[in-house]
Design a protein around this ligand. Sequence first.
Ligand SMILES: [Zn+2]
Length: 179
Amino acid sequence: MIDVVLNSHCIRVLRRELLTAGSNEIGGVLAAEQVGDGRFIVVDLSVQRNGTSLHFVRDPVQHREFIRSFHERMGNQPERFNYLGEWHSHPNYMATPSGEDFSQMQELVEDEEQKSTFLALMVVKLGKGKKLRGSTYGFRSGCIPVRGRLQGIEVGAVEEECGPLILLLGDIEGKYDTD
Ligand SMILES: [Zn+2]
């Protein structure tokens, strides 16, 4: 189980950027502090704004530069402060990874050119009342992705996107709704 916690700065940035982007997908990389076994506080993130309503393609050059300057700011302590993984938005559908997202992340973590043995993917959107909503998964080379827990540092700042199972139950309930 992994815990991904967004600090207040990241929550503010994400909400603002998601509002501005509207129905276009945006994304970037996550820079985090490891505070325990499988527990990470996302302290900064990069934002790339050239996605469309159906697609977001990461620009590795832009994000490499962001991580390089993050290491510099944190005094080069990669065992504590490091690149955690990727994020992007799904403004028009569920904030859980698509099949393509899963295979792209798996490819990235298996890629020998990059040094991380573990990477996280966070998918977000604005939910009801413009509240931040999302999900996170952990990826390891040769392993099946595992869903983690996504939270804000302030309780209740992030809502977990429900899995398909819960949605299905919601649909069944809806059928018996007599209103
Ligand atoms: Zn996606």
